[in-house]
Design a protein around this ligand. Structure first.
Ligand code: ADP
Length: 190
């Protein structure tokens, strides 16, 4: 069993890379952003609750996000491993994930961060916003808010995983294939 947390700022390419990695390593890909968007599209109670935060570029409250994540994992108990994309994003989520995996005698194997500078990322998101239909991709102020949330709540997680000797960083600039190879070479060492 390998459980990988894919880490990176908004626009760093987590979703794109997850698509390749899940096939290559036979992992169940769980993207909290995708699950929220699916629920918003289908107008579920969870979607209605999450939408308010997402559209402002804020994080969805931990209680709601953690419950949803655990429910997704529980749907896939026969998995060979998981690729967590967009979770955890706060220290409370990281602690909850550790406890939850422990309760199944599993653990986070490693965290791999995709690194890129903010100017490139904001440009990528604005470009994506032209076609993605995502409200949070189309407005610079909302994008900036997502970066503030990242710096304040998510960046401290790097230390959380470094302390456990589980943090790896990869240069996220290059072609999609180049970045996939960089990520794979880290995963191969696990
Ligand atoms: P990006 O990484 O480009 O911001 P995501 O699709 O991962 O995009 O997430 C979109 C939005 O969904 C986030 O801005 C946030 O509001 C919400 N979200 C996703 N994952 C989490 C999480 N783990 N905790 C809280 N909110 C989340």
């Amino acid at each position: 069993m390998i459980n990988i947390v894919l880490f990176g700022k908004p626009g760093a390419g987590k979703g794109t890379q997850a698509e390749f990695l899940k096939d290559r390593y036979n992992l169940v890909h769980i993207s909290t952003g995708d699950i929220f968007r699916y629920n918003i599209k289908n107008n579920t109670d969870l979607g209605k609750e999450a939408q308010v935060f997402i559209e402002k570029g804020e994080l969805v409250p931990d209680s709601l996000t953690i419950k949803m994540l655990e429910c997704e994992v529980d749907k896939n108990l026969d998995a060979k491993g998981f690729l967590f994309d967009g979770f955890p994003r706060t220290e409370a989520q990281a602690e909850a994930l550790d406890l939850f995996l422990q309760s199944k005698t599993w653990e986070v194997t490693a965290t791999v961060a995709l690194e890129a500078n903010d100017d490139i990322l904001v440009q990528r998101i604005l470009e994506r916003g032209k076609t993605s239909g995502r409200v949070d991709d189309q407005d610079e102020e909302k994008i900036r808010n997502r970066y503030n949330e990242y710096n304040e709540k998510t960046a401290p997680l790097m230390d959380y995983y470094k302390k456990q000797d589980k943090f790896h960083a990869v240069n996220g600039i290059g072609t999609i294939e180049e970045v996939t190879e960089r990520l794979s070479s880290v995963i191969e060492t696990l």
